[in-house]
Design a protein around this ligand. Structure first.
Ligand code: CAA
Length: 246
């Protein structure tokens, strides 16, 4: 595979770490952003011990200014970004009748506005170079909805609306834009769901288990090679069979 420069947002998280490693294993140069310096440096060292040299840049993807600055920093360190994986995301689960404006806004900002903030500074370069990959990490809950996640499901469904529009605008420029919709993966985010609730969810997964971050990283990598250039505007479900709709 041609080596490329990849920027994965939220790369220090559960799914993010697996994506970063997989892209590096495929020979790409990989960068990610962080907000918490101490946590990020410990993560970087841990990956270094495993043989990975990952570029870290500070910045909040929910801020247009910080997102633009972090893209500039990655480009000055590694070169133009060919692959953008919009992976950063948070939850603020609560039933809607109890949801505060902050719980709504934080999730929409970090999970959806970030997609604008990060993609906008890289898309023109991809169009000029006539090659690019933009991949959104959405969620099964953007496809089917979820009790307690009106904010999260709205943001995650919005990500795919973005994908299918951007895919149309950029298909002629060698850029593909796709979504991966993970189901319940064994990360800190899912383990934060109360055990009793989580057990009920796992019981609804036909494979009978949570997914692994590596299984999502595999789905992301699928969209990258030149052989995948006919695949754009797709939403790839990776959810153990829990939801088989669009
Ligand atoms: N459908 C119908 N009713 C439900 C329900 C469901 N799925 N879940 C809960 N209820 C009912 C309960 O049975 C309960 O009813 P009673 O009062 O009659 O007993 C009522 O709703 C209140 O439920 P809780 O006690 O759970 O309410 P709560 O306010 O304490 O918590 C909640 C609500 C925060 C939404 C909690 O249920 C929860 O955390 N749910 C899980 C949400 C979830 O799946 N989040 C995913 C996080 S991981 C992620 O987001 C990654 C990804 O992409 C998949």
């Amino acid at each position: 595979m041609t080596p490329r420069i990849a920027l994965v947002t939220g790369g220090t998280g559960g799914i993010g770490t697996a994506i970063v490693k997989r892209l590096a294993d495929l020979g790409h140069q990989v960068a990610t952003n962080y907000r918490n310096e101490e946590k990020a440096r410990a993560w970087q060292q841990q990956l270094k011990d495993q043989g990975y040299d990952i570029t870290l840049v500070k910045g909040d993807v929910g801020s247009p200014e910080e997102a633009a600055a972090l893209v500039r920093e990655v480009e000055s360190k590694l070169g133009p970004v060919d692959i953008l994986v919009n992976n950063a995301g948070i939850t603020r689960d609560t039933t809607f009748h109890k949801m505060t404006p902050v719980q709504w806004t934080e999730v929409i900002n970090t999970n959806l506005n970030s997609v604008y903030n990060m993609t906008r500074p890289v898309i023109e370069g991809m169009r000029e170079r006539k090659w690019g990959r933009v991949i959104q990490i959405s969620s099964i809950n953007g496809q089917k909805g979820q009790y307690g996640q009106a904010n999260y499901a709205a943001a995650k469904a919005g990500m795919h609306g973005f994908t299918i529009s951007l895919a149309q605008e950029n298909a002629r420029f060698g850029i593909t834009v796709n979504t991966v919709s993970p189901g319940y993966i064994g990360t800190d985010m899912v383990m934060a769901v109360p055990e009793e609730v989580r057990n009920k969810i796992v019981a609804q997964i036909p494979t009978g288990r949570l997914g692994s971050p590596e299984e999502i990283a595999y789905a992301v990598a699928f969209f990258i090679p030149d052989e995948a250039s006919w695949i754009t505007g797709a939403n790839l479900s990776a959810n153990g069979g829990q939801y088989m709709g669009w």
